[in-house]
Design a protein around this ligand. Structure first.
Ligand SMILES: Cc1cc2nc3c(=O)[nH]c(=O)nc-3n(C[C@H](O)[C@H](O)[C@H](O)COP(=O)(O)OP(=O)(O)OC[C@H]3O[C@@H](n4cnc5c(N)ncnc54)[C@H](O)[C@@H]3O)c2cc1C
Length: 428
């Protein structure tokens, strides 16, 4: 049974992406006790699935590594992975959170040596890589996982693979009898940082994501470019493995559209501008990028990055909302159809690969968390109209880049600290 000490002076942080990790660290470094709950087996959230960060183009490891180091040394933070808040009741200063913890079947003795993965034969979809490849059913979620501890997938429990994993482990780390458990935690306030998920591209039927292999999404493109990703960092076409040198990006794929997401996700323009640099880097001589856009939204200091990409002769900007994509059966090329609104020319442009810049939607509908927690029209937590001491942080409250997500998390933490300070004064 997992033992967790929590009181109504404890801050519960739900979601261990960059926002939740920031909130937990800020609160703990101000002397508050924190329980950080993450539903995946590792912290890091979607940032750990990026190849590089705009605007500096550094790798996400530089942002996360320092945070993980701070977490490791802070005794005030209790991290629960594979854990989910299933209900929240009570009132400001006195909440009870039900936290369901799924079994990992691997205990803290794990040294991440990988012997269990070598021993098992069963494979599962690799969620970290958006299911673009299979991995062994005993796995480390990603190279920079925190905690650095393997997971045994529940599908192998009760099969010979589970016994093979146990016998291969020299550290007595495999515990096949672990069970799901639920903890009822008393906490004073909650920072809700459950983040975002990519819009389901298959819903944008004219773009054929579910029919045309060489139409992929921006999040998949990030994984493809990562040397630890499904292609080992090679920019190739899913249909035939050929080099993809002529790449199109379609902006607002399902965004700013009443049939899909009505909001603008703010980061998609910057994400595609960043990803255009991946193409130039892979194919400096003959790479070609076309960005189909309604308008480019690169705010504040991001404007400099935009102007730099605009100056690159290998990147073409086509002001147009693409109407449809049809696959050329002979070549496997996706052919984009539409009208260029600057010259009003009809086009039918073939590309090797098309990347849909899909929007971000909240991973949890805020209105379902508890009464008094308000959601905006897109389901993000409305930070200004909540009547509870449940504070939205990062992309749970809006579609934000990392910089703004971190600012939002810090602001939410400040509000949470004020709540537990009030509790502690009332009890003194
Ligand atoms: C294609 C693309 C490229 C991008 N590139 C950049 C970039 O280069 N630079 C940049 O600044 N920004 C970029 N972003 C934006 C960046 O991904 C977000 O700003 C960042 O992920 C926000 O972090 P977060 O912690 O708020 O949310 P998330 O990263 O979504 O983390 C939320 C965490 O909460 C967990 N969670 C969810 N539900 C529950 C639950 N019920 N219980 C417990 N835990 C839960 C999740 O598992 C996850 O770990 C990009 C976005 C896209 C779409």
């Amino acid at each position: 049974m997992t033992a967790v000490v929590a009181t109504n002076e404890t801050i519960l942080v739900v979601g261990g992406g960059i926002s939740g990790v920031t909130a937990a660290l800020e609160a703990a470094e101000c002397g508050k006790d924190v329980v950080l709950v993450e539903k995946q087996p590792t912290l890091g959230g979607r940032v750990s699935q990026l190849y590089r960060y705009f605007p500096k183009l550094c790798h996400p490891t530089c942002g996360m590594e320092i945070n993980f180091k701070r977490l490791k040394v802070n005794k005030r933070i209790r991290v629960l992975t594979m854990a989910e808040v299933t209900s929240l009741s009570g009132e400001a200063g006195d909440y009870t959170a039900a936290v369901k913890i799924a079994p990992r079947y691997v205990n803290e003795n794990c040294t991440a040596c990988g012997a269990c993965a070598e021993a098992v034969t069963a494979e599962i979809d690799d969620a970290h890589n958006y299911n673009m490849r299979k991995i062994k059913a005993a796995y480390l979620p990603n190279a920079m996982a925190y905690p650095q501890r393997y997971v045994l997938d529940p599908s192998v429990i009760g099969t010979p693979d589970a016994d093979k994993a146990k016998s291969a482990c020299k550290y007595n780390a495999i515990e096949l009898d672990q069970k799901e458990e639920t903890l009822n935690l008393k906490v004073g306030t909650v920072v809700w940082a459950t983040g975002w998920k990519p819009y389901d591209a298959a819903k944008i039927q004219p773009y054929g994501y579910d029919r045309i292999p060489n139409v992929i999404t921006s999040v998949e493109f990030e994984r493809m470019m990562d040397p630890f990703g499904p292609t080992g960092g090679k920019l190739v076409r899913p249909s035939d493995g050929k080099e993809a040198k002529n790449v199109a990006f379609i902006q607002c794929a399902g965004s700013r559209d009443k049939n899909h997401l009505s909001h603008c996700s703010r980061i998609c323009c910057m994400a595609s501008l960043k990803q255009s640099t991946y193409v130039s880097e892979k194919y400096p001589e003959d790479g070609a990028v076309s960005i189909y856009y309604i308008d480019i939204r690169a705010i504040d200091r991001f404007e400099d990055f935009y102007q730099k990409v605009r100056a690159d002769k290998s990147v073409k900007f086509i002001k147009s909302k693409v109407a449809s994509i049809v696959e050329d059966q002979a070549t496997g090329n996706p052919v984009l159809h539409g009208v260029d609104t600057e010259g009003y020319h009809r086009y039918a442009n073939p590309h090797d690969l098309v990347v849909l810049a899909v929007g971000m939607e909240p991973s949890v509908d805020a209105s379902k968390i508890m009464k008094g927690v308000a959601a905006d029209v897109s389901g993000f937590i409305d930070v200004n109209s909540t009547t509870e001491a449940v504070f939205g942080a990062g992309c749970a409250s809006n579609a934000l880049d990392v910089n703004r997500a971190v600012q939002s998390a810090t602001a939410a933490t400040l509000r949470a600290i004020q709540v537990v300070n009030r509790v502690s004064r009332a009890e003194a």
